[in-house]
Structures are given as structure tokens and as C-alpha cells.
Ligand binder design. Structure first.
Ligand code: PSU
Ligand code: MN
Length: 310
């Protein structure tokens, strides 16, 4: 175990990979503890790691274990994140308090990205980033993921944002915060379950090498933010926008009438509700896009090593 600081630690495997300048890809743990049901959460977490290894990179799932922010969870720890009931969902605001309390914490995109940047790792993969919620005009619910993307620099691979968020407002917010969006073989910002949205990306790229070029320039110019690589969900499991919209309207109606959670509990709650109403199709799409993103993230990490990394 190697320490980066008093509270951030690397597994031996990740420490060795970094010391040897081999490609490393980080992953988040909130999707395991709060985004997917058991046992799919555990199977997918392990499979994403296998995919990353197969592509030639070292996977490093991030999570808080007994108050330490750990980069590179073991298989046993992944199982704990998939099953324990006392895990705290963490973002930038409760990261330090969770560590101070010596608790276990699942790291969302924001907290995982902080860990990625602190360890000097270049690539982080996830399913979907958080964004601006549909009800933001009433309660200003904007994910801390956007704050983190603007503050910490890495390449983050995701399938865009879910249309349970306000996709247009999220796209605007990313621009305001100075976060470049690269469309991976697409001209349009993907909307998670749906491969496309009406909103343009900043540049379309076809290969991992093209991503690496933009990242080098981002670093060269001293631009502090992450680059978002937006990868459309694989076509065969995708869900048409109109179909999803219908269910989301119905859901919003229900949410108006019943007491719903607030703060960090909103996203996991809506995800569960949506999945129930879609007979598991959302889950199938979610699993497929996570694996797809893991493969592309690993390819990008490998390409960086031949792309003039100092
Ligand atoms: N999208 C998913 N599944 C998830 C999340 C997003 O399909 O589990 C998680 C990610 O960890 C993301 C977090 O960082 O939700 C955003 O939560 P919030 O909206 O509370 O910021
Ligand atoms: Mn929120």
C-alpha cells in the first residue's frame, strides 16, 4: 500500500503500474453501491476491470475504506461496496467528513475525479455524469460532478447525461465551466440511454489518439478542467428518446404527489423508479454502456503512453 497523503492511498498494483508509467484507468464506486442492484453491480464492477486489463491497462476503482480514500479496490472490497448497507454516497462536500468519521464511502464522479487527479492518473471511466436536475429552478440541484470536472483535470469517459436530468441545461453548464466535450464517433451529445440529443459536441473524434491530442493541448495551455469524452450507448440496447420521455413525465407526476428524498438521495431514487417502470431495459442499457466505456477508456489510456506523455 502506498500513501499519496495521510488520507489517500494506492493499492500495490496501481502504485506499481504508475511507477512503471503503465496506463491506469480509474472507476467510481457510487454506481456499485447506489446505481445498480445486486448482484449485477458486483458482476459489472468486476467485468469492467477485466475489460480494462484485456485492453492492456490497470483498473483502479476508487472508494473510501475505513476513512481512507483508496485508489485500486480489491475484489473483496468491491464485494463489500456491492453488498454493505452502511456505505455513504460521497461527493466533494462530504468527502472529508466521511473520511474523518472513518466510514466506508462510495465515491461519485466528483470524488473519484479528485482521487484520479491527486494520483496523476489521466483517464477515468463512468456510466453517466451528474448534471443539472429538471427541477433546478426550484431547488438549484446541480451535481457536484460539474464542479469537479471544472476543477480537476483528467479525461473522463461517459455516455453523456441521463435525460432524467435537464440535458440542455447540463450542456450549457459544461460550456460555462469550460469543459470541452468530445463526441466519440458522434456529432451530438449523447443522453445516456439514448445515443443522441439535439445538442452539439465541441469536436467529433474517431480514435483514442485524437482524444490524446486534445488532452495534450489542454495540459499545454494550463487549462485546469477535465475533458469529457461522450460515448453513445451501444445501439442494440439503446432506448428511443420519445419512449423514455413518456415514462419520465409519468414519473414526474408521481414525484409531485409523494414525499421524495432530497440531496444526494435523489439520483439513486429516480434511477430505481425508472428501471422498475422500464422492465429492466434501463438496467440492460446501463450495464452495456459501462462496459463499452471501460473498453474505450482503456484504449485512450494506452494511446496516451505513446502520445508524448512526459
Ligand atoms: N448515473 C448513473 N448511475 C449512477 C450515477 C449516475 O447512471 O450511479 C451516480 C454517479 O456516481 C454520479 C452521481 O457521480 O450519481 C451523481 O449524483 P448526484 O446527482 O447526487 O450528484
Ligand atoms: Mn444533487
Amino acid at each position: 500500500m502506498k500513501k499519496i497523503s495521510d488520507t489517500i492511498i494506492l493499492s500495490d498494483e496501481v502504485a506499481t503500474a504508475l511507477a512503471e508509467n503503465n496506463p491506469v484507468v480509474t472507476l467510481e464506486s457510487t454506481v456499485i453501491s447506489f446505481g445498480l442492484p445486486y448482484p449485477e453491480n458486483l458482476h459489472t464492477a468486476l467485468e469492467c476491470e477485466t475489460i480494462i486489463r484485456r485492453e492492456g491497462a490497470t483498473p483502479a476503482t476508487v472508494g473510501i475504506v475505513d476513512g481512507a480514500l483508496k485508489i485500486g479496490l480489491s475484489a473483496k472490497e468491491l464485494e463489500s461496496f456491492a453488498t454493505r448497507k452502511d456505505i455513504i454516497k460521497t461527493n466533494l462536500s462530504n468527502l472529508a467528513p466521511t473520511c474523518a468519521a472513518k466510514r466506508w464511502g462510495a465515491t461519485s464522479v466528483s470524488a473519484s475525479l479528485l482521487a484520479t487527479a491527486m494520483a496523476n492518473i489521466d483517464v477515468f471511466v463512468t456510466g453517466g455524469i451528474g448534471g443539472v436536475h429538471r427541477t433546478f429552478t426550484q431547488n438549484l440541484d446541480i451535481s457536484s460532478d460539474l464542479t469537479a470536472l471544472s476543477r480537476y483535470r483528467a479525461i473522463i469517459v461517459s455516455a453523456g447525461v441521463k435525460s432524467l436530468l435537464n440535458v440542455a441545461a447540463t450542456r450549457e453548464c459544461l460550456e460555462t465551466l469550460g469543459i470541452p466535450i468530445l463526441g466519440y464517433r458522434t456529432d451530438f451529445f449523447p443522453a445516456f440511454y439514448t445515443p443522441s440529443s439535439p445538442y452539439h459536441v465541441d469536436r467529433r473524434v474517431e480514435t483514442p489518439e485524437e482524444v490524446a491530442v486534445v488532452y495534450q493541448i489542454q495540459k499545454d495551455m494550463g487549462l485546469p478542467s477535465s475533458i469529457l469524452v461522450a460515448v453513445p450507448v451501444p445501439e442494440k440496447v439503446s432506448i428511443p428518446a420519445e419512449e423514455l420521455e413518456q415514462v419520465l413525465w409519468e414519473l414526474e407526476d408521481v414525484l409531485q404527489k409523494e414525499p421524495v428524498p432530497s440531496g444526494r438521495d435523489v439520483t439513486p431514487y429516480i434511477l430505481r423508479q425508472l428501471n422498475e417502470r422500464m422492465n429492466g431495459r434501463c438496467l440492460a442499457a446501463n450495464l452495456a454502456l459501462l462496459k463499452n466505456n471501460a473498453a474505450i477508456g482503456a484504449q485512450i489510456a494506452c494511446s496516451l503512453k505513446t502520445c508524448g506523455k512526459p
